[in-house]
Design a protein around this ligand. Structure first.
Ligand code: PMT
Length: 234
């Protein structure tokens, strides 16, 4: 039987990939299918949580029952929804693949080929949503006991520095828990299965067995549940 250890806990999850418009028909995007974030939403709801899913672009992740879904397109739209909804959340999980950059300007009309070949695409930096949520918590804009969870998508393997990159990212982003998954070479993005590690700010490191994204979600939520303040859990 599934544990019912998140009953009534308000969980906010981002999933999928952001799309950064170039013109009315083109965008910069990534290969996130949303499956990992949707699996987390489904698993959290089954454990009794009240779940809101802020969803970027996805591919076939299935519709989770009893989950409020808010669709967004760009990183800045995702940031606005996450920042507002985090104010009334007990747990926030950033599983989305957020574009770090966006085109500096969006053309109102479809960009033409032109006589001089392709024009360069100039980029601007997107906000770091996860780091912003940690700052919001420090500044009192979201409750101090809200648990903030990030993901790290790193290329390579354990020997190839994935874990070291994850440890550095945990410190840099300042979240309470970071799920590290290796990507590249057909791993994690768009797949049915996943694997990785959960790192906590207090130094615990737990390996996650290779398996379905549902299994991965359930292991991640075990760790998350252990960080949720006692008063919240029945
Ligand atoms: O969707 P699937 O196909 O199931 O694939 C799942 C996944 C591989 C996308 C997922 O497991 C995952 O790793 N998500 C995070 C991808 C990512 O953007 O990683 P990152 O290392 O670039 O970012 C680190 C963290 O900061 C993430 O929590 C990310 O959501 C967040 N971030 C990143 C950039 C940005 N501008 N703002 C952010 O909040």
């Amino acid at each position: 039987a599934l544990p019912y250890d998140l009953a009534g806990v308000r969980v906010l999850i981002s999933a999928g990939g952001t799309r950064e418009a170039l013109d009315p028909v083109r965008y910069l995007g990534n290969h996130s299918s949303g499956k990992q974030g949707y699996a987390l939403a489904r698993a959290a709801a089954q454990r009794g949580a009240r779940v809101t899913l802020v969803s970027g672009a996805t591919s076939d992740p299935g519709t989770p029952a009893s989950v409020e879904i808010v669709d967004v397109d760009s990183a800045r739209q995702m940031q606005a929804e996450m920042a507002e909804r985090a104010k009334s959340s007990d747990v926030v999980i950033m599983a989305a693949a957020v574009a770090d950059f966006r085109p500096l300007s969006v053309s109102g009309a479809k960009i033409k080929k032109g006589d001089e070949g392709p024009a360069p695409i100039r980029l601007d930096t997107n906000p770091d949503i996860l780091a912003g949520l940690v700052q919001d918590r420090a500044a009192g804009r979201i409750p101090s006991d809200t648990v903030i969870v990030g993901f790290a998508a790193e290329t390579g393997d354990a020997d190839g520095g994935v874990l070291d990159h994850g440890r550095a990212k945990l410190r840099r982003k300042g979240c309470d828990l970071l799920v590290v998954n290796a990507v590249g070479g057909g791993k994690a993005f768009g797949t049915e299965d996943n694997t990785g590690w959960v790192l906590t700010a207090d130094g615990r490191e737990t390996g996650l067995p290779f398996g379905s994204k549902t299994l991965m979600a359930s292991r991640i939520l075990d760790e998350v549940a252990s960080l949720v303040p006692d008063g919240l859990v029945p």
